[in-house]
Write a new protein. Structure first.
Length: 316
């Protein structure tokens, strides 16, 4: 699959594949031609992805070939042990969580997980968690607190699941409880927005000391289509909505909502999973080291101050 603005990139990739196939079948030396095309491809990727409009950023963040939480865990961590269930209703496959070792330290990983095909998407509910998913997340974050280990959350969801069963089991209460408890968790917490960070579904695991955003990830209270449907009564205005929402990593760092942009490989994270994961390791390690040096009291004070400073208001 390719996006509309990637057509030229796809054409050059196809030319490279044809040349390599020709070389394989006929024994022709095409090294020089392939080298020229790869140089062009690299330059075109950089030029294209350095000048994306907000709605194009949204498309990249939603790309079905983009790496998900478990893809990053597999490449960045060792000794991954997934834990299941909220001890109240069931295990929610839309949120994965467990212990892992990252650069010598034990961490608790909590992340939203989408599926790669229809069967897995049904099991993962397209990355939209039910209340039990957020309760599982909180149960394991509390476990991390008990053992004095940092928590790393990976955010990638279109939102919490709004179905009848989800509402009946208290999706609003589950998210609200996570917001309160994460605000006072006595261990470092870092969240990484790796794709879509939409609405309360993202915020339910996003009240953290630091928010890192991949270069082409998005973070917003509502999707551009949802915003356009409310304000203009038509999703046709999604580009205007995307511009107004300030949902890109660059916008959110400028607004002091997110703390750091993590560069992606040319062509986006979906073009090279290994490079995307490698590029995240140093920023995450630096952030954890910085937070681990803070006494608990200062850690909590800084976390509270971070969220208290977001936005502007006045008392009536």
């Amino acid at each position: 699959m390719h996006l509309d603005f990637e057509r030229d990139i796809v054409e050059i990739q196809a030319q490279i594949e044809k040349l390599l196939d020709l070389a394989d079948r006929r024994g022709i030396d095409v090294a020089d031609e392939v080298s020229v095309l790869r140089t062009r491809l690299q330059g075109l990727r950089e030029q294209t992805y350095d000048n994306l409009r907000p709605m194009e950023q949204v498309q990249v963040a939603r790309h079905p070939q983009r790496p998900y939480t478990l893809d990053y865990v597999q490449r960045m961590c060792t000794d991954w042990v997934e834990l299941h269930g909220d001890r109240g209703f069931r295990d929610d496959g839309a949120i994965v969580a467990g212990w892992a070792r990252f650069r010598g330290r034990s961490i608790m990983v909590v992340g939203q997980q989408k599926g790669r095909d229809m069967k897995e998407n049904l099991r993962r509910n397209f990355g939209m968690a039910h209340p039990e998913g957020y309760r599982k997340a909180l149960r394991l974050m509390r476990q991390a607190e008990k053992f004095g280990r940092p928590v790393v959350t990976f955010i990638d969801t279109t939102g919490a699941y709004p179905g009848i069963g989800s509402e009946e089991r208290g999706i609003g209460e589950a998210i609200a409880l996570n917001l309160r408890e994460m605000a006072r968790l006595e261990v470092p917490i870092v969240s990484v927005v790796i794709g879509e960070g939409m609405s309360g579904g993202a915020l339910g695991i996003g009240v953290t000391d630091r928010i890192l955003m991949l270069e082409h990830a998005i973070y917003s209270v509502i999707s551009p289509e949802g915003c356009a449907a409310i304000l203009w009564r038509s999703a046709d205005h999604r580009e205007a909505a995307a511009d107004a929402l300030k949902l890109t990593a660059k916008d959110l760092v400028e607004l002091d909502v997110a703390d750091r942009i993590v560069p992606e490989p040319p062509g986006g994270a979906h073009s090279d999973w290994d490079a995307a994961a490698a590029g995240l390791e140093d920023p995450l390690d630096d952030t954890l080291r910085e937070l681990e040096e803070l006494p608990v009291k200062k850690l909590l004070e800084a976390r509270w101050a971070k969220y208290e400073s977001i936005g502007a208001w006045r008392e009536a």
